[in-house]
Design a protein around this ligand. Structure first.
Ligand code: MN
Length: 233
């Protein structure tokens, strides 16, 4: 491949990843710059199920901190490549996993919720409904397992619905923090954040009340879209 083709390929790859095109020399690769995505609705849009103050802090402070932490970790790993000093590689690799998990999951979390007036908590669309029935027996059985998994997360974490592309099945797993207890080869398509920062202002220690309320704001159309993006339309 000549240099022009190489540059074109690199630009296409950059565009696909929504990263601005930059220098493409391997020796000075720039770290991706992650940014906080805008919330797709106002802070108070999920009231009364999730209060505006929680949404504001959760999005503008907590998610922002994961974005900043991921950028920092990737910048430090880039510095290590330049200097050849890998003394702190374990530390920054862990930071990249924790903050990368946080950025990815929160980006998904905002999108798979919607105000009830805009479809939140509505009917499960057909393709997703069929897949839930195949994997869990019924939508009700799926909801019961998902709620139980969320309620039982030890400390801070998530309950996540994953697609396993190897056999097309849907599985529910917990995650501790933003990234632990995850096997390779699954793709999360839906999740409920059960860190205390996600509910404590309104629900205090009543995590199960928050989980029960959360089902009223699930954006099923987006969950189905995430599912179809993995298994094909
Ligand atoms: Mn969170």
């Amino acid at each position: 491949m000549d240099r022009r083709q190489f540059v074109e390929l690199g630009l296409a790859a950059s565009a696909a990843l929504a990263v601005s095109p930059m220098s493409l020399h391997a020796s000075d690769a720039k770290p991706a710059v992650h940014t906080l995505p805008p919330l797709p609705y106002p802070y108070d849009a999920l009231e009364p199920y999730i209060d505006a103050k929680t949404m504001e802090l959760h999005h503008s402070k907590h998610h922002q901190a994961y974005v900043d932490g991921l950028n920092k970790a990737e910048a430090e790993l880039a510095k290590a490549r330049q200097s050849g000093d890998y003394t702190l590689i374990e530390y920054w690799s862990k930071k990249a996993a924790f903050n990368g998990g946080g950025h990815f999951l929160h980006t998904m979390f905002w999108e798979i919720m919607a105000p009830p007036a805009k479809g939140g908590g509505g009917a499960v669309p057909g393709r997703l409904e069929a897949a839930l029935k195949d994997s869990f027996g019924s939508v009700e059985a799926f909801r019961a397992q998902m709620s139980a998994a969320a309620a039982a997360v030890e400390g801070s974490g998530w309950a996540l619905l994953h697609v396993r592309p190897s056999d097309g099945r849907l599985i529910i797993l917990q995650a501790e923090n933003q990234h632990k207890l995850t096997p390779w080869g699954v793709v999360p398509i839906m999740g409920i954040d059960v860190w205390e920062h996600a509910y404590y202002l309104k629900y205090q220690n009543r995590r199960t009340d928050y989980i029960k309320a959360w089902w009223n704001v699930v954006n099923w159309a987006k969950v189905e879209d995430n599912y179809l993006r993995v298994v094909g339309r």
